[in-house]
Design a protein around this ligand. Sequence first.
Ligand code: NOJ
Length: 444
Amino acid sequence: MSGPLRLPDGFLLGTASAAHQVEGGLWNDWMRMERREPWRIRGRDSAAVAIDHLHRYREDLELLASMGHTAQRFSVEWARVEPEPGRFDRSALRHYAGVVRTCRDLGMEPVVTLHHFTLPVWLADRGGLLAPSAPRLFARYAARCAEALGEEVRWWVTINEPNVLAALAYAGGRWPPHQRSTVAALRAGVTLLRMHAAAARALRHVAARRGRPIMVSIAHHERPLRARPGSAAARLVAPAAGYALNRWFLRSCASGRVLPPAGLGRPVPGLAGSLDYIGVNFYCEDRVRLDLGSPSTLFVSPDPDPALPRSAVGWSIDPAALRRALLNLWTEFHLPILITENGVADEADELRAAFVTGHLRAVAEAIAGGADVRGYLHWTGFDNFEWLEGYSARFGLVAVDRTTLERRPKPSAAVFAEICRTRVVPSPDGPDGPDRPAPRAVPA
Ligand code: NOJ
């Protein structure tokens, strides 16, 4: 499609963030790791202060709203709300209720995530995602959040990227608790399913009492795997790895059962019908090759297509991949879709404007192709703490000075703002020629 494309009326446009990455002043399993093993994080960066969003959230949200954003996804930090088992901190809950109210006052739809990678240390010490009590405890926390915030929240995300968390923390050994076991990753995956089901039930219970309709989902990381052309071995292994990464969790939710290989179809109470929509975090498609030395990634490794440009963290940039992913998800699940994350690591802000425009055009094309996509949340508003990459990977529309914490919108923020205001996505062939980013070397 060429020419400007229009997004539907009411289409949500905004950004997404996560407590650990922006708030500062937290104590959870990640902070503990950052203290004890600082060498694990690039540059020994720490989220101790992050971007001090905890104290600056009003100004931050005002800035985003002034740029025409109509939605804002953020996460509630379990460790802040329940610092000790069973002790809920009223002031923390009031804080998050204040964030929701501020979003509403500024005309932004809040999208609230209950779990975004981090755990309270007391739960980590009881076994984290392998603790049998995790689903029950998560449901109790979810119910408290629904009571405190629920009146004004329609869109909920129970768990962010359960597939990535199970893979990196329990199979790949890279994130806390640094386990390297396929069995542990499968068990963590099942716990995450149970946690999601239990929290969805708790949220619905509170919403029903109030007579308020809500939309519940996870934020699913969709990373389609494509076999390297000409490699029969890659063609053989890619589908199994792709199923484990991209479909096991969603299909288990859709069927209400723990699907193989993690289970033999045992039903999970509350799982069937637990998704009202699919939250999709989409960054890229991966071209893969066979790698017998990497059981934790199910014997595949990335083998990037040299024809595609890449971001500062080496992820390929190909908006058409988002269109394909949205249409595939729509065709299989027939549920509304909310893009809960999409963005690019780009230190100099050279790629972001074209990235946003290209990906929003892909969204408009998927909608034209029949997919019911309700909104697009860019990752992220402000440069922030990018997990093991520390502050080196910059995904923000707004730069944050690491010394003064001063916020400075980047040129790409104005491009996104114009789309938010008009809901028109410009043609890639504007007056200055094609917007397509030029291929770029990946830093070692
Ligand atoms: C997905 C995660 O949800 C988010 O926390 C992370 O910063 C982005 N991807 C970028 O890697």
